[in-house]
Design a protein around this ligand. Sequence first.
Ligand code: SF4
Length: 447
Amino acid sequence: MKKNNLPVRVGIVSLGCPKTLVDSEILLGKAQGAHFSIARDIEQSDVVLLNTCGFIKDAKQESIDALLKLIELKKKKKLLGIVVAGCLVQRYAEELKKEFSEVDALVGSGDYRAIAEVLKKVAAGQKLVSVHEAGYLAAADEARVALTPKHSRYLKISEGCDHECSFCVIPSLRGPYRSRRIADLVKEAKKLAEEGAKELVVIGQDITKFGWDYARKSLLPELLEALGAVREIRWIRLLYTYPSTLTDEMIQAVTRSKKICRYIDLPLQHISDKILKAMRRGSTKKQIGELIRKLRARIPEVVIRTSFIVGFPGETEEDFQELLSFIRDMKFERLGVFRYSREEGSAAATLPDQVPEKIKEDRYHRIMRLQQGIAREANRRFVGRELRVLLETQDSEDPFRWTGRSYMDAPEVDGAVLVRTEKSVATGKFYTVKITDVQDYDLVGKI
Ligand code: SF4
């Protein structure tokens, strides 16, 4: 597609979760396949793809703010076209169309295969909406333009979700649970490895359900074994496991493998049985406690990341105290907290006893204060020990300072290892680092 005889340059703003980031990589792959050139930043773009998140208030606001910035650029004739895609569009296509006439195209989360045609029409000055049932499922032969460092790539193994958590609208944005096939995922893993991947971060709305939709049982252990056979891949990291469907076979798959990081991301959301029931999480406090103890007993040095929601309708100070003491007892190495977001279309939105924002804020900060101490203590036990670190970025001001990650750090969400070295080292390589100190959520060490 040409403008003044030059290929139209397509840029991207990718918001939300790693699952959306993989979609963004595929959207750029399709643009490239249709002979658009890929702009590395917005200023150099003719058309910008804004891939949005739409599942909670803060994420929606972030998407709208990003859109308003693009509209400003378009008004100043610095942009030819704006294409808005993803979950916010799947949820609010009509509202977005009415409110933002400057937007040239709206593309739902089920319409990614149409993106090349959409871009051609936008570059030709047309306006259009392409929003249908959420049903898209990626495949290995769909090119991806990397938006993460090439040594660490996300592998999205499924789409959609069948759980019915009462606070969540994702099933309505992404459709029912659909798994990809093991052979296709191994093919993609090999492609990513050829492009330089050393770490594969396995993602989905719930990876423990992988395979259920066509095999009537979880095929996650089989998939992990097959991915483990891809020679160049050194680390396999599991994100988004689900407490009630995390099985002994999956735990065994982790302990049997030399490549799967001893890192379990297990969003729990709450611990009071009353709230877990109202959230429709399908687990009880007793079951969750047993699962955490089992993980710690069977996976040596396991790091557990979890996330909780504060201020869910009906949450009393007593329920919150129960959550605080659970966090104090379980000492999660990694923990995130969300303030409950009342989402229209979710079952919980119509529940009585909605909690005031001020109380949500207060409970959010009380957990974060408690967790800061727990995280520091968890890190302190590594002082004096050696860890394998994937080196990632060199400090722009101090060439001897590098930042990397250990098995305990997922990209983007966790701490890092701050490394000082005068040796010649390189990005995307593994080094043995002697941990000498702790700095808040980060470890400090030398090669
Ligand atoms: S598991 Fe629950 S919270 Fe996660 S996407 Fe599915 S419905 Fe939403």
